[in-house]
Design a protein around this ligand. Structure first.
Ligand SMILES: Nc1nc2c(ncn2[C@@H]2O[C@H](COP(=O)(O)OP(=O)(O)O)[C@@H](O)[C@H]2O)c(=O)[nH]1
Ligand SMILES: [Mg+2]
Length: 447
């Protein structure tokens, strides 16, 4: 459906299945009728206070369940409309009966995914970044995702964009003054001052954009690739980190050919960890394709784990992948004598591990999490969290650059207006009708 629903909507807010309690949510002009028609006794409870009622099918007089009822009169509710919540016993039969009875009430329709939050947005209860953060919080699986979603839900990102928007509005007002009063006495340096303001704002926005995709990676998960020579122990390391036998380990070089991926929670970060084919020159067509995929994955990875067999001589193919986003691991240290180990310890950046015995793995995991946390801190200024935000803000900066170079107030004003509009699309202040279906599609029913 492309337009938002009208009338009164209802939906289970908790997942279906057997559970102690199930919550149903209703919103819209007729929400209160669900209380007057279904509840015994049927007067409205005190706002925002739980009251125990008996839920009855108004047609058959059958008791459906005993429930806690909450009444949130609009406009001070989540959606801005009258909202009712029923907390019943969980379970299929109660759900089926209650949903059937609600659907039969005049003007009631089952809510589409995200319909409640969409109403909250349309009624000005939250901006689009806050609405998106609710979806993110519902989907959050790790600590970092949860914290980031909470911060955005409290309006940290929206407030930042609003601040930029307001600064542009002031600049626009001066531009328009210059146009309107072109013949009158205005300070000569007025336009120059606006240029300065635009530059300062541009710098702030550039800094926000140049965040190494921090917010997006925390939200969507980081990509980490394990790379190295055949038989270095990459698959063994993946299995140890995943705590399961996800990849085949064998003494036969060239066993791993495709990229094997596992999803992990590493220190609160959602991570997609990829095991790859060993890097070597080979005549085997399929293995060659594996090496190509390994290198492509290395290119894409946010962090690389470069695995060396500690007992082997130099490995130029792996050396070539070293950069600031890589961690170096010498594996199979269980096969080394003390002198050989000490020689390796001179490399301060390297970790000595044994994927076989587990030696050094705790320390390695600690270092890896430290590297992730340093690259993708959860504190500091609120980061943008979606490609949608990045696109709109990049568009805004293009307009700002043009505005800064404008020679006439009218041209500057036009680009400032366009920049404001691009920012307004992020928070949903302007012209977002086309975006809403896409954004709210991500939601669950009942949210
Ligand atoms: N002694 C010892 N052998 C290991 C260690 N890690 C892996 N291996 C062995 O090295 C061989 C290659 O391991 P594998 O994980 O398949 O390496 P990959 O080709 O890099 O994925 C297998 O026989 C493993 O059992 C280790 O830390 N110590
Ligand atoms: Mg392997």
């Amino acid at each position: 459906m492309s337009v938002s629903q009208t009338g009164t909507i209802f939906a289970p807010a908790t997942a279906t299945g057997r559970a102690g309690v199930a919550v149903y949510r209703l919103s819209g002009p007729a929400a209160r009728e669900a209380i007057t028609r279904l509840c015994h006794p049927n007067q409205l409870p005190e706002p925002r206070q739980a009251s125990l009622r008996t839920l009855v099918d108004p047609v058959t007089d059958d008791v459906i369940d005993h429930a806690l009822v909450l009444w949130f009169p609009g406009p001070g509710s989540f959606t801005g409309e009258d909202v009712v919540e029923f907390q019943t016993h969980g379970g299929r039969a109660v759900a089926d009966t209650l949903l059937r009875v609600l659907a039969a009430l005049p003007g009631f329709a089952l809510a589409e995914p995200g319909a409640f939050t969409r109403r909250a947005f349309e009624n000005g209860r939250l901006d689009l970044t806050e609405a998106e953060a609710i979806a993110d919080l519902v989907h959050a699986e790790t600590e970092a995702q949860r914290k980031q979603a909470l911060r955005q839900m409290r309006g940290a990102l929206g407030a930042l964009y609003q601040n930029w928007h307001d600064r542009l509005k002031t600049i626009l007002a001066y531009c328009e003054a210059s146009i309107d009063f072109a013949d009158e006495e205005l300070p000569d340096d007025l336009m120059q001052a606006q240029r300065g303001q635009l530059q300062t704002l541009s710098t702030d926005i550039q800094q926000h954009l140049a965040d190494g995709h921090r917010g997006e990676r925390i939200r969507d998960g980081l990509s980490i690739a394990i790379l190295g020579a055949p038989n270095a122990g990459k698959s063994s390391l993946l299995n140890k980190l995943a705590a399961r036998e996800a990849a085949i380990v064998s003494p036969i070089a060239g066993t791993t050919r495709d990229v094997v991926e596992v999803q992990l929670d590493l220190g609160g970060y959602a991570v997609s960890l990829a095991d790859t084919a060993g890097l070597r020159e080979t005549a085997d067509v399929i293995e060659n394709e594996g090496v190509r995929r390994a290198l492509a994955r290395a290119e894409k990875a946010d962090i690389k784990i470069l695995v060396y067999d500690a007992g082997q001589a130099a490995d130029a193919a792996t050396d070539a992948l070293h950069d600031n986003d890589s961690l170096i691991v010498f594996n199979k240290v269980d096969t080394l004598n003390d002198a050989a180990r000490n020689a390796l310890r001179h490399n301060a950046r390297a970790c000595l591990i044994s994927a076989e015995t587990g030696e050094g793995l705790a320390e390695f995991t600690r270092l890896l999490i430290g590297l992730i946390a340093a690259r993708y801190p959860t504190g500091g200024a609120a980061p943008l969290t979606r490609a949608r935000h990045r696109q709109a803000i990049e568009e805004a900066t293009e307009h700002l650059t043009r505005a800064t170079g404008a020679t006439e107030a009218a041209l500057m004003a036009e680009d400032v207006r366009l920049a404001m509009r691009a920012l307004g699309r992020v928070t949903g202040r302007v012209d977002v009708e086309d975006l809403l279906d896409i954004i709210f599609r991500d939601f669950c029913i009942g949210k």
